[in-house]
Write a protein that binds this ligand. Structure first.
Ligand code: GLA
Length: 388
């Protein structure tokens, strides 16, 4: 793979200085959904598939970007002096946004770059393909421009900033943080209120983590994501009249019960209840995993799904069917929708002995009930972004 990508790079950009190859993974999130912009906890891990990039510094200030996934877009060209968002640049706006963010944060980028990308992450699955593209670009800039003061957490923060401010997507810190900081055989227990984290061992010798692609395309996901964010922010303001908190993630379920009547709309009450209870479930799930109680971990995943469906209302019929069908199988410890929602995928923890039954049963029943053909991926944990 590495050599093939280098050959392709040389074919596109021509011979010249030596090149380096970089990789940034995708991510899955075991539990802690829609908590990362509410100052709550998340529990994701990096996976072995992701985005490869071959890169070289230029001697002038031009920027050349090419993706093997979008050959129809051809080479995206820009310069360090002109990195404005251009619709026609499509996917290329992500790396441009990262470059622009590095520059606006005061990083010295005296030279342009030429980069070839190849992403393995299926689009629309919701496992961090855009953050993976952003983080790999950030890592390339750090290495090629010798930005010694920039660490992996900075790269994650700049990637999020690029997504929020340059692209205009509302995403939280979970995806870029996991992709930059992931560690094989571990999940990251991240407190998004202050970015403190611990690596929790995730070995699961008797189980597999399975991602099921609903193949349901996500409609207006950004808009509905922003709407949830705004509802939580408003609920927080209402609660702040009686409790001194900065984020919903600071509340325990008990305190929330006592103060919830401050929230003036039933919808905002449900949204805030999800943010609070999901954060608590995430904390409990990590404790359960540390005790080796994977059964309890799975039950908390199931409860997470119900909360996402009923209180946060980010599931959809297709995801609910996948989850229901998976719950029918004995060897399924837990299943829930994963990511932003409204389509995308389900994450499940399945006993090794039940994997075939899971794929057959869920696949068949899902097709019968929706007409869609689900896709299954067995996930392996991997390391965060690195030069390879
Ligand atoms: C998307 C965002 C993340 C997070 C999840 C929901 O994946 O990119 O930051 O908010 O939705 O948990």
């Amino acid at each position: 793979m590495k050599q093939q990508l280098v050959d392709k790079f040389l074919e596109i950009y021509g011979d010249g200085d030596a090149v380096d190859v970089y990789f940034a993974p995708g991510r899955v999130n075991l539990i802690g959904e829609h908590t990362d912009y509410n100052g709550g906890h998340v529990f994701p891990c990096a996976i072995t598939i992701g985005t490869y990039a071959v890169a070289r510094r230029r001697t002038d200030d031009s920027v050349r970007l090419y993706s093997l996934n979008y050959p129809e877009n051809g080479m995206i060209q820009a310069s360090l002096r002109d990195l404005v968002y251009r619709k026609k640049d499509g996917w290329g706006n992500y790396p441009k946004g990262v470059l622009q963010t590095f520059i606006s944060k005061g990083c010295q980028i005296p030279y342009g770059v030429e980069i070839l990308y190849y992403g393995e992450i299926p689009k629309g699955l919701g496992i961090g393909s855009s953050a993976s593209l952003g983080v790999v670009t950030g890592l390339i800039l750090k290495e090629l421009m010798e930005l010694k003061d920039i660490n992996m957490v900075d790269i994650a923060l700049f990637t999020q900033l690029a997504e929020n401010e340059y692209i205009g997507a509302g995403s939280g810190i979970m995806d870029p943080f996991t992709i930059a900081m992931g560690k094989k055989n571990h999940a990251i227990f991240l407190d998004t209120s202050d970015l403190s984290y611990i690596y929790a061992p995730l070995l699961l010798p008797h189980e597999k983590i399975i991602i099921t692609n609903s193949q349901k395309s996500r409609l207006a996901v950004d808009e509905r994501y922003q709407e949830r964010r705004a509802q939580c922010e408003q609920a927080l303001k209402e609660l702040q009249r009686v409790v001194a908190i900065r984020d919903l993630g600071e509340l325990t379920a008990e305190v929330f019960e006592q103060v919830q009547e401050m929230i003036e709309s039933p919808i905002r009450l449900k949204r805030a209840r999800h943010a609070v209870t999901e954060n608590q479930r995430t904390i409990q799930a990590v404790e359960a995993l540390e005790r080796g109680d994977i059964e309890e971990f799975g039950q908390l995943m199931n409860a997470s799904h119900l909360s996402l469906k009923e209180d946060y209302e980010v599931s959809c019929e297709e995801l609910d069917i996948l989850v229901e069908e998976s719950w029918d199988i004995e060897g399924v410890l837990g299943s829930r929708m994963m990511g932003a929602g409204f389509g995308g995928c389900m994450i499940s923890i399945v006993k090794n002995s039940a994997v075939n039954e899971f794929i057959n049963h869920v696949g068949e029943h899902y097709k019968e009930r929706t007409g869609l053909v689900a896709e299954f991926y067995v996930v392996e944990t991997g390391n965060g972004a690195a030069k390879i």
